[in-house]
Ligand binder design. Structure first.
Ligand code: NAD
Length: 274
């Protein structure tokens, strides 16, 4: 018996990194998962991984920033699993530059992915969430559903070179608080997790060596300078960055019945106070 037996969880950006770890964690507790990533290969790899572990999973491949993505994503869950219990807005990338060099494309690219896409997904989920809540009320049962939005300590503290990302991730916190007030009546807990440095390709790649990731055919600089990684570890109270599994653990806390009376909150998962 898992704490999430029979639940349906949607996780964006779950082809690798923290999103994949979240999918594995929720699945380990019995959830069925709708996987998403930009490209089919990483998305299908996670689906295969989950199926090998005995989990029911399906992929909805595509860019979360595409205007039609949200409707497709929600439809995939409803068509395959007849409902939605957990939504984790995780997909994302960074596209850093100092303000004087940041283009409109960089600004909107990051805002679209981290802020507008979660908004559209939650808007598209509304009719399903509402219908489920009404059905629960008619049956006299209280089923709590969960939204977990991924933010960053860059939103809490600001980060030089990340005006776009800090702003988008701060917007995620505002969105979380506003929606928690709208969806409380549907028994939906809406919370956010703000990660500090977590070891994934986003942070492990060697920026000094010119590491890039490909986002929709565009090579985008990624990673940190190795010296920065070292100095982060030296300054961090726990003496290290986090693992994707530790990051996923925090998201899981907000998906359990134990968090049914917690909503509109932001928890920093950074190995340090913020
Ligand atoms: N790693 C960190 O230190 C850190 C810190 C704070 C916040 N975060 C946030 O955690 C989340 C996950 O990051 P990660 O470290 O696992 O990165 P990652 O690069 O390892 O994984 C992110 C995944 O999201 C996918 N993705 C990116 N843009 C997408 C889009 N537009 N549509 C669909 N999929 C997309 C990528 O292909 C990738 O598989 C992001 O929202 C990131 O901003 C990470």
């Amino acid at each position: 018996m898992g704490t999430l037996d029979g639940k349906v969880a949607l996780v964006t950006g779950s082809g690798r990194g923290i999103g994949q770890a979240i999918a594995l964690k929720l699945a380990s507790q019995g959830a069925r998962i709708v996987i998403n990533d930009l490209d089919a290969d990483p998305a299908n790899e996670t689906v295969e991984l989950l199926r090998k572990l005995g989990t029911d999973a399906v992929a909805c491949v595509g860019n979360v920033s595409a205007p039609d993505f949200a409707e497709r994503f929600i439809k995939t869950a409803v068509d395959n699993y007849k409902g939605i219990d957990i939504i984790v807005n995780n997909a994302g990338f960074t596209w850093d530059d100092v303000v004087q060099r940041m283009t409109d494309e960089q600004w909107y690219g990051i805002l679209d992915c981290h802020l507008t896409a979660p908004f559209r997904i939650l808007r598209a989920a509304y009719p399903v969430i509402k219908a489920q809540a009404i059905a629960d009320q008619e049956k006299g049962v209280a089923n709590y559903r969960k939204v977990v939005n991924i933010s960053s300590t860059s939103a809490l503290n600001g980060n030089a070179g990340q005006m776009n990302y800090s702003s988008a991730k701060a917007g995620v916190i505002g969105m979380t608080r506003a929606l928690s007030r709208e969806w409380g009546r549907f028994n939906v807990n809406v919370n956010a997790v703000a990660f500090g440095l977590i070891h994934t390709r986003m942070t492990n790649a060697d920026a000094k060596a010119g590491a890039t990731v490909n986002i929709e055919g565009k090579e985008i600089r990624v990673g940190l300078n190795p010296e920065l990684l070292k100095s982060h570890a030296a300054r961090n109270p726990l003496g290290r960055g986090g693992t994707p599994e530790e990051a996923a653990g925090a998201v899981y806390l907000f998906c359990t019945p134990e968090s049914n009376y917690i909503t509109g909150q932001v928890v920093a998962v950074a190995g340090s106070p913020q």
